[in-house]
Design a protein around this ligand. Structure first.
Ligand SMILES: NC(=O)c1ccc[n+]([C@@H]2O[C@H](COP(=O)([O-])OP(=O)(O)OC[C@H]3O[C@@H](n4cnc5c(N)ncnc54)[C@H](O)[C@@H]3O)[C@@H](O)[C@H]2O)c1
Length: 255
């Protein structure tokens, strides 16, 4: 599939981010790969399809950093038509009493301000062009409580409010903004969890397995397509049914 469009993926060298980037490249997009980790070796060996992608070291929590990264993608590819906000912190774990306010603010900065910075840097030009796509990766934690992850829950729920504000401002300008709420997805980090914790987590998923990063990428790629033009402001659970409240009795009967 060949077209002119350009996307930015944040967290592009993470478990899901790599799948987003590969899928978009396979779908004909040119892609700016923004990430904090320097997963790129000096020879650029870790960059998929260097002719059609550009890897940039970028802290999404830092506005000047994001402004510069988006400018670099525009300079290389001429435009930005879509953003997948995948960068996120998942390991800032502490009880509320012990949560350091600085770490709370840092997580909110990455998980919530990060997507805001990307939208601020790209939506005005998308609106001018009359076409744009934004997909943000939230979490099931946006709607359920996780003990010891207050900043994660708050930031992922905040992304739903951000989406509504963006749709209200840009929905009539050809831009769609949708949010994916993944459950357990089999990234290298998740697969590296202690096996008894992983098994317990899988037990609670009606599908009986974690999702794959390719399934996440397929959903994001569809939302970026022309075919998804009428889907706007949707929050989509990708959780193998874990999002459905199932009675304890039913759970017991299934065993
Ligand atoms: N894996 C899951 O089961 C799961 C479930 C629900 C939600 N999520 C969400 O999906 C998204 C992707 O998660 P993942 O599992 O691929 O995690 P991951 O840790 O493998 O990848 C996250 C990437 O974000 C990058 N990053 C972190 N801070 C950054 C910053 N300040 N600026 C730029 N990049 C930064 C990291 O370097 C990493 O490459 C995250 O937003 C996460 O909260 C994941």
């Amino acid at each position: 599939m060949s077209h002119d469009r350009v996307a930015i993926v944040t967290g592009a060298f993470g478990g899901m981010g790599r799948a987003f980037a590969s899928r978009l490249l396979a779908d004909g997009w040119r892609v700016g790969l923004l990430d904090l980790q320097r997963a790129i070796d000096a020879a650029g060996a870790d960059i998929p399809d260097p002719a059609r992608s550009l890897a940039i070291h970028c802290d999404v929590a830092d506005w000047p950093n994001v402004e510069a990264a988006v400018a670099a993608v525009r300079e290389r590819f001429g435009r930005v038509d879509a953003v997948i906000n995948g960068a996120g912190i998942v390991d800032n774990v502490a009880s509320i009493a012990k949560m350091d306010p600085g770490r709370w603010a840092w997580e909110l900065g990455v998980n919530l301000s990060g997507p805001f910075h990307l939208i601020k840097a790209t939506a005005p030009a998308m609106a001018e062009a009359g076409w744009g796509r934004i997909v943000t990766i939230s979490s099931q934690a946006a709607t359920t409580g996780l003990r010891y992850q207050p900043a994660y829950c708050a930031s992922k729920a905040g992304l739903l409010g951000l989406m509504r504000a963006v749709v209200a401002e840009y929905g009539h300008k050809g831009i769609t903004y949708n949010t994916l709420l993944p459950g357990l997805i089999a990234t290298p980090k998740v697969l590296g969890m202690p096996s008894e914790i992983l098994e317990r987590a899988v037990e609670s998923i009606p599908a009986g397995r974690p999702g794959s990063v390719e399934e996440m990428a397929a959903a994001a790629a569809f939302l970026l397509s022309d075919a998804a033009a009428f889907i706007n402001g949707a929050s989509i659970d990708i959780a193998g049914g874990r999002n459905v409240p199932i009675s304890d009795l039913t759970r017991q009967k299934r065993k």
